[in-house]
Design a protein around this ligand. Structure first.
Ligand SMILES: [Zn+2]
Length: 251
């Protein structure tokens, strides 16, 4: 270490701000070099003089209080800002979750597969339309329930309930064999003014239920179960008229 370097580092050396290696190099130079040793001694006297003779002023309590209050305020502000940021973040997360839930709900509803009953209601309507299109409405044409009911015996493994509802405005037209819900069923045909009603019936293990209404491609469908027989009535007449028909049949 030369003199110039030693003197440049002198201040830092006095204040013990140098790393151990540099500090020992300066120390050695100062000890060996007369000129730098004198400068160093002068520096030390000045420093020691300052710390001994300059009065130390304690901060007045008011100032300390003010500074502390200012620092506390800053801390409080930072904490408040952080809280607001946290709330904002939670609100954003909540909105996100709500969005995902809504999307899932809508998707599940859109993708919801039709229930067994809804599928059967569609099958019932298809059968109804087919019977009208194929000009094959009745296998047995009779308005007499005592003719229609026996016609089914031997063709089905159950005896359908056949009622004449002409007094209620729903005259019986005839009967037909059909195939629904993977089984042969009885189809009873009724009329109401210009409207045709297909009433499909077959045995059911369940208890009494319904009527349950469905609307498929503009056709009204009513399903009910009575005395271990299930009934599916379908027509293009109004829902109110079909309800009356079901009520009269169940009576
Ligand atoms: Zn020197």
């Amino acid at each position: 270490m030369n003199c110039q370097q030693a003197r440049e580092l002198m201040d830092a050396y006095l204040d013990q701000e140098l790393d151990l290696m540099t500090s020992s190099q300066v120390g050695r130079h100062v000890a060996e070099c007369e000129g730098c040793g004198e400068v160093y001694a002068k520096y030390r006297r000045v420093r020691d003089g300052v710390s001994e003779q300059m009065p130390y002023f304690a901060a007045p309590p008011k100032l300390e209080e003010k500074i502390r209050a200012e620092l506390d305020l800053r801390k409080e502000e930072r904490r408040a800002a952080k809280t607001v940021a946290n709330w904002g973040r939670w609100a954003a997360i909540a909105a996100c979750v709500a969005g995902v839930l809504l999307f899932t709900f809508v998707s599940v509803r859109a993708l919801r597969r039709p229930s067994g009953s809804e599928l059967l209601a569609q099958e019932v309507v298809s059968s109804h339309i087919r019977s009208l299109l194929a000009n094959h409405l009745s296998d047995v044409v009779s308005s007499d329930q005592h003719t229609v009911k026996p016609w089914f015996s031997g063709k089905l493994d159950f005896a359908p309930v056949v009622k004449d509802l002409s007094a209620d405005g729903f005259p019986l037209i005839g009967g037909r064999l059909d195939y629904l819900n993977d089984r042969p069923v009885a189809a009873l045909i009724y009329k109401h003014r210009q409207h045709t009603i297909n009433l499909f019936t077959w045995p059911s293990a369940g208890g009494d239920s319904g009527p349950q209404s469905y609307s498929v491609r503009g056709y009204h469908v009513l399903q009910w179960t009575r005395a271990q027989m299930t009934y599916w009535a379908v027509s293009d007449m109004s829902a109110a008229d079909l309800n009356n028909f079901a009520r009269d049949f169940m009576r």
